[in-house]
Design a protein around this ligand. Structure first.
Ligand SMILES: Nc1ncnc2c1ncn2[C@@H]1O[C@H](COP(=O)(O)OP(=O)(O)OP(=O)(O)O)[C@@H](O)[C@H]1O
Ligand SMILES: Nc1ccn([C@H]2C[C@H](O)[C@@H](COP(=O)(O)O)O2)c(=O)n1
Length: 203
């Protein structure tokens, strides 16, 4: 069984997917972390983030470890996870995610993973796992998302909100909900409330 949980930036995809996966006793995979890893390695190498030929050679050692408690991304024996949510990576990642060659590479990593699993991102339900029987799409206003992020990072809410709105705009192409996805506005819900909504639906 595959459950897909897509949604806009900072809508709660990874926290919700982790909770749902732990309740189901299956792993979850965060596709966004792979796009973030490509971006981090590209920045580290001084590569042009819009040039797939400069990025693809950097990826041979990249591996996603799909732990239910929180995914980790490795480059050979170096754990990249802690560096994937910086403002620098946030700013560059949409350029990388727009490249068809990089999307193909990410999709191949994900499709190689054995089911059952929970997959989260933008196009899990539309493109990567279109035949998944259970699909969800998380939303929340930019302001609500910025307030949540501000509790994690020492930045002011208007700056975070502006950056999220810009990333939503840049990611629009691959971020449409699947027609058969259940759309959940997480704004009025607690994290547990969103997880329970999905688990009830699955039951
Ligand atoms: N329903 C909710 N109520 C309150 N806080 C929430 C809720 N959902 C998520 N959060 C909090 O919002 C923050 C962002 O959540 P999370 O990182 O899971 O989002 P994401 O969609 O995976 O983000 P990104 O797109 O940046 O990878 C986290 O601090 C999380 O605990
Ligand atoms: N399936 C996916 C997952 C992610 N992306 C892009 C869009 C985001 O800006 C970036 C980081 O994802 P996040 O950590 O915010 O979920 O990666 C995508 O295009 N497709």
């Amino acid at each position: 069984m595959i459950v897909t949980i897509d949604g806009v930036a900072a809508s709660g995809k990874s926290s919700v997917s982790s909770g749902v996966a732990q309740a189901l006793g299956v792993p979850y995979v965060s596709s966004g972390l792979l796009y973030r890893a490509v971006t981090l390695l590209g920045l580290g190498a001084g590569a042009n983030l819009a040039d797939p030929a400069a990025l693809l050679p950097l990826l041979s050692g990249v591996r996603l470890e799909p732990l239910a408690s929180g995914n980790r991304v490795w480059n050979a024996d170096h754990d990249l996870t802690a560096d994937l949510h910086s403002t620098r990576v946030d700013t560059g990642v949409s350029v990388v995610a727009a490249l068809p060659e990089i999307r193909e590479w990410v999709d191949a990593q994900l499709r190689a993973l054995p089911a059952p699993l929970v997959a989260e991102g933008r196009d899990m339900g539309t493109n990567v796992f279109p035949h998944a029987p259970h699909k969800f799409y998380l939303t929340a206003s930019p302001h609500v998302r910025a307030e949540r992020r501000a509790r994690e990072r020492p930045e002011d809410i208007p700056a975070i909100e502006a950056a999220l709105t810009e990333r939503d705009r840049l990611d629009t192409t691959q971020s449409a909900p699947a027609p058969d996805a259940r759309v959940i506005d997480t704004g009025p819900l607690t994290l547990k409330g969103v997880i329970d909504t999905i688990l009830n639906d699955l039951r």
